[in-house]
Write a protein that binds this ligand. Structure first.
Ligand code: GLN
Length: 257
């Protein structure tokens, strides 16, 4: 196996000046720290609106949440590099897109004020409806052995057109409050409504993204196990609080631990 000290991950944080709701930046801090704890070098490059993005230098791309107005500005910028972004996605580049960022990856986001044309990287679309879907949310996801927890706040309802969801809603609303699906997975892209921020609350999802990025770059990942006792205790608290039979999920967690 390759020595981890020879490995390096470069994270591109897209438009932190605009897509910056609910501390989504914490996802970057989490990825960086979990690399550093394992002796893997990690670097983050911030791209502000109007700056050139060279996707060939990036291993992971993060897009956070934003208001409708900010999403429109971001999308106008991203349109200019749609082809390069698409090539990155098709070449198994790792992307985490949260809420407003998630909506922008699809075909369109229709709001009461008009239409935001999306990047068309995923075959999904979003339409605003009356009322916002706000609150704690808990998912069952194939990518984690224990429930994925977070917080959602969105006016848009996303239709994933039969694509693979990120998770099934155990508590909360998810993509549209009806389908029981939350988020989407396509290749190494995760789109989700979960703020929290997502990764510090769900380190298994963080490690999944790091593993995919390392495998793409070095052909191997072999991530050393870390002590996630505090994160697991926080997860168990949320499950106990919101899930009927929440203790059942906690027992399942103890088995994994
Ligand atoms: N503006 C979008 C919506 O309301 C996304 C909001 C967000 O990123 N939290 O649906």
């Amino acid at each position: 196996m390759k020595d981890t000290s020879e490995m390096k991950i470069t994270i591109g944080h897209l438009y932190p000046d605009l897509l910056n709701l609910y501390g989504d930046r914490g996802n970057i801090a989490c990825m960086m720290q979990r690399c550093l704890w394992r002796g893997i070098r990690a670097e983050t490059i911030e791209f502000h609106t109007g700056e050139y993005i060279d996707f060939s230098k990036l291993d992971i791309v993060l897009l956070g949440g934003g208001s409708d107005r900010e999403q429109l500005i971001v999308c106008q910028n991203l349109k200019k590099i749609q082809r390069q972004f698409q090539e990155f996605v098709e070449d198994n580049g790792v992307v985490l897109a949260v809420c407003g960022g998630y909506q922008l990856l699809g075909r369109y986001y229709r709001t009461g004020a008009g239409m935001i044309e999306g990047l068309n990287l995923l075959d999904i679309y979003t339409e605003q409806e009356e009322g916002r879907l706000i609150g704690n949310i808990i998912l069952d996801s194939d990518l984690a052995h224990i429930p994925v927890v977070g917080f959602e706040n969105h006016g848009g309802r996303t239709c994933i057109n039969g694509c693979r969801p990120f998770g099934r809603v155990l508590y909360g609303e998810g993509n549209d409050g009806r389908s029981g699906c939350e988020g989407v997975i396509y290749k190494n892209v995760i789109g989700t409504y979960l703020h929290g921020p997502l990764l510090p609350k769900n380190p298994q999802i963080c490690d999944h993204l790091l593993k995919k990025a390392l495998e793409r770059k070095y052909g191997t990942a072999g991530l050393e196990k870390l002590d996630d006792n505090l994160e697991r205790a926080a997860n168990a608290y949320i499950c106990r609080r919101f899930l009927p039979g929440g203790s059942m999920h906690c027992r399942q967690m103890d088995l994994v631990h």
